[in-house]
Ligand binder design. Structure first.
Ligand SMILES: *[C@@H]1O[C@H](CO)[C@@H](O)[C@H](O)[C@H]1NC(C)=O
Ligand SMILES: *[C@@H]1O[C@H](CO)[C@@H](O)[C@H](O)[C@H]1NC(C)=O
Ligand SMILES: *[C@@H]1O[C@H](CO)[C@@H](O)[C@H](O)[C@H]1NC(C)=O
Ligand SMILES: *[C@@H]1O[C@H](CO)[C@@H](O)[C@H](O)[C@H]1NC(C)=O
Ligand SMILES: *[C@@H]1O[C@H](CO)[C@@H](O)[C@H](O)[C@H]1NC(C)=O
Ligand SMILES: [Ca+2]
Length: 528
């Protein structure tokens, strides 16, 4: 009798456990029927098994994301949502079967326009119900801003915030209960979006990780676009030939590498580097591996802050050190940078506008227009602080696209606006400088900090900024430092080269003076 009972129970149990995966699948497939979202269209769902490669045949080719490997079993919900009669967003919500109860929103990059599938996969594989949008338009250009302020409004703040509201709602309906905590993870434009949320939608997130923020957006764009008129075309006598940048980099290292105590090719404090390029002036009869007086002037301007017609600061200088990590390829090619689309389509509304004609008056125009407060420079974060939010801000110190000198400037702006000392800011806002990290990832330093799937060395909160913000929010343990990893030749397969602890502002990393500099314990964070 008892054994029959157990056998029956066993059979039942087997039946249930066998039914579970297919019931998740079933629930996923029928899910759109239970959704009723005003202004949403084309709502679809599909069950995606771990290790599936999703193909996106209709994605804009400029996004360079034709497919994505999916790491965990999940329900993929897609929809379109009208943000106005002439604008809308594409939304993806990835709902993992093994849900941690947490919610996360990803961000975007550049002027795009591109759903960051790799971030959707990264967060959903860690158990977050994860949302992403196309930021209100498809592709990497700014063409769709032309004569459509609603598309600009989506880009400035509305796409992300709307995605969060929808994503939370869909998460709740799907799992039958609301999320526990909500998070944000983004870099570059994604960093600006994170800050926009902290400043203007403080209720959206409990924890925000914002990297290399494109905030002070109008002025950053002026700075990005001023390099073309500065260098001129490759034929101009002011133009610096691309092949001399490694020499310039070495000259910078010769002058500044040891300011942190070690000549290792990594500047822990590029802000302290007062680079003097005069040694590169061509001697008489010398014509290679040197610069003319005019080229030297271009170089000096590059490493000087950009000012406006009245002498006020537009944007800080490019930090010295990024000569091999994107700066020459981005700004010194003698060709327009992609962000020129902002001036072309959102400021001048003129498809024929020539980026070579940018002038200081235009910086003022853009910053005065400040469409939908895209500047993202509010210094009062009281509402976010008061709701218990935490923000982890980081910036790579060999970022060749967004100068890392701008990040501490924002930190000081918040400190002054809120009248809070760094010790007080530490309660909810921490800024980390990542030495040797290029724009959002890569570079010669210990740049693997878990901010993106391809930059993960560990899931330990000491070494992973996403896990660090989760621990800060949920356990109240704030990150003191971020332990980064550098792999041999930047590739994981080649093994670990060294680790280094990245310091929290306003401290800087210095070598203690003895022991192997590749051992992170031989460095310390000291006051700047
Ligand atoms: C996915 O692929 C990896 C590596 O090929 C394998 O180790 C893992 O077991 C696979 N997972 C599933 C759920 O098939
Ligand atoms: C739906 O769209 C209309 C027209 O664009 C708008 O007025 C309304 O606020 C939208 N509703 C929601 C819930 O967003
Ligand atoms: C942007 O630049 C303008 C000058 O064009 C300046 O007045 C303004 O303060 C700058 N904004 C920020 C956030 O630095
Ligand atoms: C371009 O359009 C925007 C609205 O999207 C407007 O604010 C701006 O003044 C226009 N620029 C010019 C030069 O007309
Ligand atoms: C690292 O790169 C250098 C130069 O490209 C090469 O000589 C070396 O073999 C590489 N080392 C490893 C472990 O891949
Ligand atoms: Ca050094």
């Amino acid at each position: 009798m008892a054994s029959l009972y157990i056998a029956t129970l066993w059979a039942l149990f087997q039946g249930i456990s066998a039914a579970e995966p297919s019931s998740f699948r079933q629930q996923c497939l029928s899910f759109p029927k239970s959704l009723n979202i005003a202004n949403a269209t084309a709502t679809e769902s599909e069950f995606v098994a771990a290790n599936t490669t999703l193909e996106f045949p209709n994605a804009d080719a400029s996004c360079s994301r034709p497919s994505q490997q999916v790491s965990t079993d999940l329900c993929r919900v897609t929809l379109q949502f009208a943000t106005s009669p002439r604008s809308g967003i594409k939304v993806e919500v990835w709902l993992p079967e093994e849900w941690s109860g947490r919610f996360l929103s990803t961000g975007n990059g550049g002027l795009g326009g591109c759903i960051q599938y790799e971030d959707l996969d990264y967060a959903s594989s860690l158990g977050f119900a994860t949302v992403a949008t196309n930021n209100g338009h498809d592709g990497t250009t700014g063409q769709s801003f032309l004569n459509n302020p609603d598309v600009i409004e989506d880009f400035a703040y509305r796409a992300l915030h709307t995605g969060v509201v929808l994503g939370k709602d869909i998460t709740k309906t799907f799992y039958g209960k609301p999320h526990t905590k909500s998070y944000y993870l983004g870099c570059s434009t994604g960093g600006r979006q994170g800050w926009k949320e902290v400043q203007s939608f403080p209720q959206d997130f409990d924890g925000v990780v914002a990297g290399a923020p494109a905030f002070s957006f109008n002025n950053l764009t002026s700075w990005s676009c001023h390099f073309l008129p500065l260098t001129g075309l490759p034929s101009a006598d002011t133009f610096i030939p691309l092949d001399i940048w490694p020499t310039i980099h070495q000259d910078i290292l010769d002058q500044c590498d040891e300011l942190d105590g070690v000549k290792d090719g990594i500047l822990e404090s590029p802000d302290l580097c007062d680079y003097d390029p005069s040694g590169l002036l061509c001697g008489s009869g010398q014509s290679s591996d040197c610069l003319t007086a005019k080229q030297l002037q271009t170089l000096r301007s590059t490493y000087s802050p950009l000012t406006s017609i009245d002498g006020s600061l537009v944007y800080p200088r490019l930090q010295p050190g990024a000569e091999l990590t994107g700066a020459p390829q981005t700004y010194f090619t003698g060709e327009p940078f992609g962000a020129a689309d902002w001036f072309r389509y959102a400021i001048f509304n003129d498809s024929d506008w020539d980026p070579l004609t940018l002038k200081p008056e235009d910086y003022v125009l853009s910053s005065t227009l400040n469409h939908f407060n895209i500047e993202t420079w509010e210094g009062d974060l009281s509402a976010f602080k008061n709701r218990g939010g935490k923000v982890l801000h980081y910036h790579g110190l060999v970022d060749g696209i967004i100068s890392s000198d701008n990040s501490p400037r924002y930190y000081e702006h918040v400190s002054q606006t809120m009248n809070l000392s760094p010790a007080k800011l530490d309660d909810f806002y921490r800024y980390f400088r990542i030495s040797g990290m290029a724009h959002c990832s890569g570079g010669p330093g210990a740049a693997f900090i878990g901010n993106q799937a391809h930059s993960v060395a560990s899931l330990d909160p000491e070494e992973n900024v996403l896990m660090a913000i989760v621990r800060w929010v949920e356990e109240g343990i704030a990150p003191d430092t971020i332990l980064g990893t550098a792999y041999v030749n930047g590739t994981k397969d080649a093994g670990i080269d060294f680790k280094r602890r990245h310091c929290r502002w306003p401290t800087r990393n210095v070598y203690k003076g003895s022991g192997d500099p590749k051992d992170e314990n031989n460095w310390q964070c000291v006051d700047i």
